[in-house]
Ligand binder design. Structure first.
Ligand code: NCW
Length: 476
């Protein structure tokens, strides 16, 4: 079965600092404890059962796009190893599994009827999870647009939003009798900005106005899907969206630094949260975009759709950054006539992604969201870290760095709750080492090691730590 049995105790004990441990113990006893993955990063089996290429299959073939020329053709072979992977989640004592559905499996041309073989996989996955007592949490879109829809314009094209709502209903009709929690989009910032502005993610375009149009059409797709799922629901379900967000710290109290932090927060967080919750784009963001000659393509009624009520806001947190409005020469305006914005190091230890470890940025973010967008329950739908793991001769990994990252960030969540934030659960990223997008397989985020030669799964120290914390909490 290629799964190493989960040891009862870690061969190397981990003890969080006392202050963190105390905070973690204060987390609510009905907290959700789980783990997350996404389809393209783990499934493999890209050309079976009628699946067609997504933008990621295409992008992985662009020379130089992905480290080592890696791709998701095989990944973790989760498509065939799914029952064993579900058994592993059960053994790790976790109660929630958030996974994403591959649009190109379920609706191979991005339009038209459901593909029975494609949806069949998720149908079996949901049944397997329920049989093991694990709550399934569906993410409808985690970055893998069917290539045919990109060929028709992708997210910068308004029609993609309507196509997304149609696709969402195919999945909803098939699984909503058993799935209680639905996330429309994972991290739309990444789809729009990394995919269409910076060109480092699929589809690899570098067109800023198209990226801004993508932001709007992703949000519109979310709203259309939310309205239709809500209307079709025959029992109470939770619908939400997951954002990657962070705290943007100004480098100083000087006006240009405060402005740089404001702009970063505007394009990183408020351009999503304000329309979703308040039904309007922030005026300062609209003004910032106008300086660059870019307009958000809003039509009448869009904002009412986008602000359709949601039940849960998913937050993915990895790191925070410090911003300055000065360049190295002390100028506040660049040659292009635009205000300077750049990041400065916070001088913290970094993970293998080169992301600084800033747990208090997590607390600050959660407290701030709970104040600015009150009444919206949050779940941490992803949090975790990549490290260059060193396995011992049995394949076991003593991943102190990742384990202490979990401890400090769980403490940060507890601290936010103690300051009034309504946070209902914590899902670690990720169950397995997997295909880390442009970084390929070199960057490992898993709490379970994957030996890609043999597809053996070996729970790391961090998995045992999370299991112990979850079990202790539930038994209180
Ligand atoms: S890259 C990213 N990730 C990682 C990925 O594996 C997962 O699919 C995502 O949901 C781990 O979790 C998320 N998130 C982007 C974070 C911000 C990156 C900022 C880059 C600045 C240029």
């Amino acid at each position: 079965m290629n799964t190493t049995a989960v040891p009862t105790t870690s061969p190397v004990a981990f003890t969080a600092p006392a202050a963190e441990q105390e905070l973690i113990s204060s987390l609510p006893s009905d907290f959700r404890w789980g783990v997350a993955t996404s389809a393209y990063q783990i499934e493999g089996a890209v050309d079976v059962d009628g699946r067609t290429p997504s933008i990621w299959d295409t992008f992985c073939r662009v020379p130089g796009a992905i480290d080592n020329g890696d791709h998701g053709d095989v990944a973790c072979e989760h498509y065939t190893r799914m029952p064993a992977d579900v058994a592993l989640i059960k053994e790790l004592g976790l109660d929630t599994y958030r996974f994403s559905v591959s649009w190109s499996r379920v609706q191979p041309h991005g339009t038209g009827p459901v593909n029975p073989a494609g949806i069949g996989f998720y149908d079996r996955l949901v049944d397997e999870l329920l049989a093991q007592g694990i709550d399934p949490w569906v993410t409808l879109y985690h970055w893998d647009l069917p290539q045919e829809l990109e060929d028709a314009g992708g997210w910068p094209a308004r029609d993609t939003a309507y196509k997304f709502a149609d696709y969402s209903m195919l999945v909803f009709d098939a699984l909503s009798d058993r799935v209680n929690t639905w996330t429309t989009l994972n991290e739309p910032w990444c789809s729009a900005m990394l995919g269409y502005a910076y060109g480092v993610h699929a589809p690899g375009r570098k067109e800023y106005p198209a990226a801004v149009a993508a932001v709007h059409h992703l949000l519109l797709g979310h709203g259309l899907a939310t309205e239709r799922m809500r209307e079709a629901a025959t029992r109470p379900i939770d619908i939400g969206i997951t954002l990657n967000a962070a705290t943007a710290y100004p480098a100083s109290d000087a006006e240009p630094d405060l402005e740089a932090a404001r702009r970063a927060d505007g394009m990183g967080a408020r351009i999503y949260l304000d329309p979703l919750v308040h039904g309007r784009y922030p005026a300062d963001v609209i003004a910032d975009l106008a300086l660059e000659g870019v307009e958000i393509p809003v039509r009448d009624g869009d904002l009412a759709t986008i602000s359709a009520p949601i039940d849960v806001l998913g937050i993915n947190y990895y790191f925070s950054q410090k911003f300055t409005g000065y360049d190295e020469q002390g100028r506040t305006v660049g040659d292009d006539g635009l205000p300077i914005s750049r990041t400065l190091p916070l001088n913290r230890p970094r993970t293998a992604m080169d992301w600084e470890i800033v747990p208090e940025g997590f607390t600050d973010l959660l407290v701030r969201i709970s104040k600015d967008y009150p009444g919206l329950p949050m779940v941490i739908t992803e949090n975790g870290s990549a490290y260059d793991d060193v396995p011992d001769e049995t394949g076991y990994v003593v991943d102190e760095g990742r384990t202490s990252y979990f401890a400090s960030h769980l403490a940060a969540v507890a601290s936010a709750i103690n300051q009034g934030a309504d946070i209902r659960g914590y899902l670690a990223w990720s169950l397995l080492d997997n295909f880390e997008w442009a970084y390929g397989y070199d960057k490992r985020f898993g709490i379970v090691r994957v030996d890609y030669e043999t597809q053996t799964r070996i729970p790391k120290q961090s998995a045992l730590y999370l299991r112990d914390v979850a079990i202790q909490h539930r038994s209180r």
